[in-house]
Design a protein around this ligand. Structure first.
Ligand code: TXA
Ligand code: MG
Length: 352
């Protein structure tokens, strides 16, 4: 299939309008469009069409038991596809539009291929103007998983979308770098007092606990699933976000990580490291420049999140035989970083 790639310049209103109209037409006619959001790029199709959902699974190479998020233009549009509640209203008022996905009881107009047959549906109202205008112009909710091939890190820039999706979709809207760089927080409403955090993101556990103190963190968020444990969010059970190069998290301070990596070098390995800016100079004493990748200042977890997926993909293109990254703390955005990084590392955490 030939993919039409359009670079979007938000400042050029006329050009943006035309690109969005073209993309909306593709969606309405049953085709697929990759579009930018503030979290990561989405691979979108008509959320009310069974066939569009099937095409999405095929383009991504994704198992069809892993449901899709419905993207809506306004928080109140959830009403058309799901049963909302006062708790939904509270979350929507505080965090929508933005990087939050809410799991609600589904209505019958949503095809089973979108929800993978679950009794619930995930809805999200993105803040990115291109995403917003596209949903608005299409006039239907847009079903969209992250626009990566199943198993690789979510794309956060046009170039990474093109690597994975060129030839697999009708159109790609290249809107530059994603703001957050990690997928949305997913929360399930249990009742009017309680929530379950299914996937951490830029809306943090602390943010949710300010809405209600009863927020349970699903087991799969921080641990590998053990035999017999229930998966609350099907996507959690797949190996995810993983670079092809074996990746490890090192749980220890800068000095301990430096000694560990130095030992690997002395054993004949060619490691590549993700390090905090403050540590760059010391790691350069033992590794070549392009194998020392800075992913942000130690305290700037928002910047680390912004860079993580981009850098994991770039690290994979080096001739390194292993990638080492620091295990982030679990507070604030750190929980989202940890959740993605333990998956990238296939749960290999080395305690130093
Ligand atoms: O930021 C994001 O959420 C991005 C952008 C494009 O909006 N989308 C995204 O979609 O990350 P995806 O498909 O890559 O991840 C959605 C996750 C999957 O792990 C899926 O299992 C879970 O949401 N999910 C979808 N519907 C669900 C439901 N009804 N109950 C529980 N989990 C659900
Ligand atoms: Mg994904």
């Amino acid at each position: 299939m030939e993919t039409k790639i359009v670079k979007i310049d938000i400042k050029n209103a006329a050009e943006m309008q035309k690109a969005i109209d073209d993309a909306a037409r593709v969606i309405i006619q049953g085709g697929l469009v990759v579009f930018p959001t503030e979290t990561v790029y989405g691979l979108g199709g008509n959320g009310l069409s069974r066939d569009a959902a099937k095409k999405i699974y095929a383009a991504k190479g994704r198992p069809s038991d892993n449901p899709l998020i419905l993207h809506i233009a306004r928080p109140e549009d959830a009403e058309a596809v799901a049963v909302t509640s006062p708790m939904y209203e509270r979350l929507a008022t505080l965090f929508m539009p933005g990087p939050l996905t809410v799991v609600l009881p589904v209505k019958t107009c949503v095809p089973k291929s979108v929800t993978a047959g679950l009794s619930t549906v995930a809805v999200r109202c993105p803040a990115h103007p291109v995403a917003h205008w596209l949903i608005e112009a299409a006039g239907v909710p847009i079903a969209a998983p992250s626009a990566n091939l199943s198993g690789s890190p979510s794309p956060t820039c046009g170039a990474h979308v093109i690597e994975d999706m060129n030839g697999r979709v009708d159109m790609i809207l290249d809107g530059g770098d994603a703001d957050f760089g990690l997928e949305s927080t997913i929360v399930k409403i249990e009742d009017d007092e309680s929530l379950t955090l299914l996937r951490p993101g830029a809306i943090t556990l602390e943010d949710l606990r300010a809405v209600t103190p009863v927020v349970k963190v699903a087991d799969a968020v921080l641990h590998a699933l053990r035999e017999g444990e229930t998966v609350l969010s099907p996507g959690m059970k797949y190996r995810h976000y993983a670079p092809a190069t074996e990746t490890y998290l090192l749980d220890g301070d800068g000095d301990a990580r430096l000694s560990y990596v130095a030992k690997r070098v002395s054993e004949g390995h060619t490691p590549c490291v993700l390090v905090y800016e403050e540590e760059r100079a010391t790691f350069l004493e033992i590794l070549p420049q392009d194998h020392v990748i800075v992913f942000g200042k130690k305290d700037d977890m928002r910047m680390q999140a912004h860079n993580l997926f981009y850098l994991l993909r770039e690290a994979d293109k080096l001739s390194a035989d292993e990638i080492y990254a620091p295990a982030p703390p679990l507070t604030g955005m750190g929980m989202a970083l940890y959740n993605r990084m333990i998956r990238a590392a296939a749960h290999r955490v080395i305690t130093l």
